[in-house]
Design a protein around this ligand. Structure first.
Ligand code: SAH
Ligand code: SF4
Length: 364
């Protein structure tokens, strides 16, 4: 007879664990020991919990499912600065997460869904369609996996970008719960400001996120400054066009006083033209701060441009270095801060939008 699935330990909040120890008549401080075992010692097997009496180690092993992510493929870029891991999930699905090393930062790019329902034409994840949401624990475990690897070298995760597979605002509760679990001061303790959520622009969810006044950074995938062009690349734009999206972004900045980021994949002769740069700069003037505000005159947003990464089912080409620089110069000329992001991990298909699941090779 099949037994019912046990709850996943990394889906538990601290309060869930406190309720669990209470239910089994254990003192409350045991919940803290379990939490610290998971989030500071990075233990993922009940046997490792040397701080607990054997009976409790056995109990948590019986009651909870530990470690659902099975790292089956690890790819390092040729410069050794980017690592992509493909994880198998128990239901046969797979996800990917990427570690990027910079001088001081160790940034993780993590997934929130298997596939994605939004169908942006240039995105490998969009091209594979939507399979399912990840649970908060499955999101958290991607981080703990890399934290463990980094710990062996005396390093820590410093930043997390939620820009892997999936649309985080299509899986809002689990995404925010995962951030809360990783933010907990007695555990992993990674500050909210170290997280960036990237969304394709689901307006009602942006509004909900705004009302929660969190310290988490928000990035919007814009990619075009006029509706016809944006709709041709991002089908979601039919439902949530640019003017309404900008309204929601403006409310976000007004409410939170936080700088908002816009992402723009530069596609040769499509959206890397001087006209698009001018239109974008105009669009973003709504973020110019008035006299009397904290940063009078500055434009409280940031544009990240990145040359398009190639994907199988999109024929558009990446921009050239020269055109990227001209695009950036036009924005800066109009007071809009703009960074050209360096492409990372192209040789291992770990760049933005390339996180499609590798198909296991057939046995020959
Ligand atoms: N669903 C979210 C987050 C995941 S996609 C979103 O769309 O924002 C992360 C970023 O990669 C987004 O800005 C997305 O537009 C961008 N992206 C997707 N495919 C890309 C490609 N082929 N080249 C460059 N950037 C791409
Ligand atoms: Fe989904 Fe983001 Fe890819 Fe669009 S770019 S298909 S929203 S993952």
């Amino acid at each position: 007879m099949e037994t019912a699935a046990r709850p996943f330990i990394f889906d538990q909040t601290f309060d869930d664990l406190a309720a669990f120890v209470e239910l089994f008549g254990e003192p409350r401080y045991r919940a803290m020991q379990i939490w610290q075992g998971l989030y500071t010692r990075l233990w993922k097997d009940p046997e490792q919990f040397s701080t607990l009496p054997r009976s409790l180690r056995e109990l948590i092993g019986e009651q909870f499912d530990f470690s659902r992510l099975d790292p089956i493929v690890v790819l390092d870029s040729s410069d050794g600065e980017t690592r992509k891991t493909l994880f198998n999930l128990p239901d046969g699905q797979a996800i990917e997460a990427v570690l990027m090393r910079y001088a001081r930062r160790r940034t993780l790019c993590i997934s929130t869904q298997v596939g994605c329902a939004l169908g942006c034409v240039f995105c490998a994840t969009g091209q594979m369609g939507f399979k399912r949401n990840l649970s908060s624990g499955e999101i958290v475990e991607q981080v703990l996996h890399y934290a463990c690897t980094l710990l062996e070298r005396g390093e820590r995760v410093t930043n997390i970008v939620i820009m892997g597979m999936g649309e985080p605002f299509h899986n809002y509760e689990a995404t925010l719960k995962a951030i809360d679990q990783l933010n907990h001061p007695a555990g992993f303790n990674l500050g909210e400001r170290r997280f960036t959520i990237s969304t394709v622009g689901l307006i009602p969810v942006i509004r909900r996120f705004t009302s929660e006044r969190r310290q988490i950074n928000l990035a919007i995938s814009l990619h075009a400054a006029e509706d016809t062009l944006r709709s041709s690349m991002l089908p979601v734009n039919h439902k949530y066009p640019i003017a309404e999206l900008m309204d929601a972004c403006q409310d976000y900045v007004r409410t939170t006083h936080r700088r908002i980021t816009f992402e723009w994949a530069l596609i040769r002769d499509v959206n890397d033209t001087p006209e698009q740069a001018q239109k974008l700069a105009q669009l973003l003037q709504i973020f110019r701060q008035t006299e009397g505000s904290q940063h009078p005159g500055s434009v409280l947003c940031h544009v990240n441009v990145i040359p398009l990464n190639p994907t199988q089912r999109y024929s558009g080409q990446a921009t050239t270095r020269q055109r990227a620089l001209a695009f950036q110069a036009e924005l800066v000329r109009q007071g809009v801060p703009c960074t050209i992001r360096i492409r990372r991990g192209i040789d291992i298909q770990a760049g933005c939008g390339q996180l499609a699941v590798l198909q296991p090779k057939a046995n020959s």
